[in-house]
Design a protein around this ligand. Structure first.
Ligand code: 2M8
Length: 465
């Protein structure tokens, strides 16, 4: 994709009028969102979707806990505690904790594919994947504390979780920072959370998978969602190829990095890593531990984001590719997530806001549309419906919304929360949405859409939280 040079696409201001909800309308939406979460609750954790994702996912657990803790502290705590039972002795938090009661053909790749027991670090008797996901958990734990009706129970929960959260972060610092810049590198697109983003296309194309080289496998996702909404078979071959190469080496951390098959430092993963590291410092203070190591770690991540991911020429944040040693000059919603840093300099905040208001993310004129597309609307690879290649996702909207609010960008933040509400009102609790018509795609009754809607709605009634 050819990137527009800075300044070529002038920002246009067309602040939408946002509808304010009556108390009754808000209560009704919260009730519906809770019904989705209740239906997806499996006793100790929540599935992202009853059909497409019938296990527990790592960053989904954090998003789910963040919304749920407003209304059900106990279940929100359980959600995270269940996820951390899947933590490896290295501190690595896997991206999926599998439910052994779910049939094998309900999800691919399932426990039989990952074979986490090949690693001596995996928890015995708890099948998991062998890779991680954005570390949003410390932030989610802190949100649980902030909203807790039972402060005593919340403090006991923080005391139990703190060493596990610290180990998760220590693992990233120890194993995922191969060049000591403070940033965490991901080794698989599934670790990014935005699995099928065009950001990863070039690196995936570089992986040559010879015909017949992979053991036969069967995708089940396309049974539960329209294939036009999901990644292509060619992309899946590459995801599987990467995972098999890790499996063959027992998910050894050194091997994951040294192979350099796929090694990227994305703004979104690192923006969350920094935000959670700051939360970890606050949690340390609450439980009587030393916050200083977390404050220092946050400082290193912050420096890495500003020095390596910020491109002073175009005044944008980009992912950095450690394999090619270049920034990936493609724009996704990823680029706005450094807003999660409360100390992001004003000039960088202004540059992000200008970009979000530009025709890359917000079409000019009166075209019906919703904020914020997950990928550059003007990018050659933009696709309004395919998974992570353009649709609006509520979780990335929510992250940017939090970042905007923390920097006092309330006009745009209000437009984002208005978009989230309108999308759900129009199409239900879908996994992702068309940035133009607002049609819903992927799974229905999707958990983080429901939980984050609760957070957005209830924050309107308690803006100080
Ligand atoms: C999607 O990823 C899974 C693989 O982990 C899949 O496509 O099968 C992504 O949207 C990811 O971010 C999310 O955590 C997961 C479950 O909602 O689904």
């Amino acid at each position: 994709m050819e990137q527009q040079a800075a300044g070529q696409a002038p920002p246009h201001q067309h602040h939408r009028r946002c509808r304010s909800l009556s108390d009754g309308e808000r209560a009704e939406l919260v009730r519906k969102a809770r019904a989705v979460l209740d239906a997806n609750w499996r006793g100790r954790s929540t599935v992202p979707s009853h059909s497409l994702y019938p296990h527990q996912w790592s960053w989904d657990a954090a998003f789910i806990a963040i919304g749920r803790c407003w209304v059900e502290q106990e279940r929100a705590q359980q959600e995270l505690e269940s996820m951390f039972e899947a933590q490896w002795t290295t501190g690595m938090l896997p991206h999926i904790r599998f439910d052994p009661a779910v049939p094998d053909d309900a999800y691919f790749p399932g426990p039989g594919f990952w074979q986490s027991e090949r690693s001596p670090a995996a928890p015995p008797g708890v099948p998991t994947s062998g890779i991680t996901q954005p570390p949003l958990h410390a932030r989610a734990a802190l949100e649980i504390w902030r909203h807790a009706a039972d402060r005593g129970a919340a403090l006991a929960f923080l005391r139990r979780l703190y060493p596990k959260l610290a180990a998760q972060h220590a693992h990233l610092a120890r194993w995922r920072d191969p060049d000591g810049r403070g940033l965490a590198a991901i080794v698989h697109p599934w670790e990014s959370g935005q699995d099928n983003s065009p950001l990863w296309d070039r690196d995936l194309d570089h992986l040559k998978v010879a015909p017949g080289a992979l053991p036969p496998y069967r995708r089940y996702d396309v049974r539960h969602a329209d294939p036009a909404d999901r990644p292509t078979d060619a992309a899946y071959d590459r995801y599987v190829h990467l995972s098999i190469s890790f499996r063959e080496h027992g998910y050894d951390d050194r091997h994951l990095i040294d192979q350099r098959l796929f090694l990227v430092q994305p703004p979104l993963f690192n923006g969350i890593y920094l935000w959670s590291e700051l939360a970890l410092a606050e949690i340390a203070r609450l439980v009587g531990a030393d916050p200083a190591p977390h404050v220092q770690a946050a400082g290193r991540i912050r420096e890495g984001i500003r020095e390596r991911l910020w491109d002073p020429r175009t005044r944008r944040f980009f992912a950095y590719d450690l394999r090619t040693e270049r920034r990936i000059h493609r724009e996704s919603i990823d680029a706005a997530t450094p807003l999660l840093d409360p100390e992001l300099p004003r000039s960088m905040v202004a540059a992000i806001v200008e970009e979000l208001r530009s025709s890359h993310f917000d079409p000019p004129g009166e075209v019906e549309h919703y904020l914020i597309p997950s990928y550059d609307l003007r990018g050659a690879d933009f696709d309004p419906r395919r998974y992570w290649r353009g649709p609006v996702w509520v979780n990335t909207d929510w992250l940017v919304w939090r970042g905007l609010r923390q920097h006092g960008e309330t006009a745009l933040a209000t437009e984002v929360d208005d978009s989230i509400i309108r999308l759900v009102e129009r199409s239900g609790f879908r996994e992702y949405f068309d940035p133009f018509g607002g049609q819903g795609y992927g799974s229905d009754d999707f958990s983080w859409t429901a939980s984050l809607l609760i957070d957005v709605l209830l924050a309107q009634t308690a803006p100080e939280l």
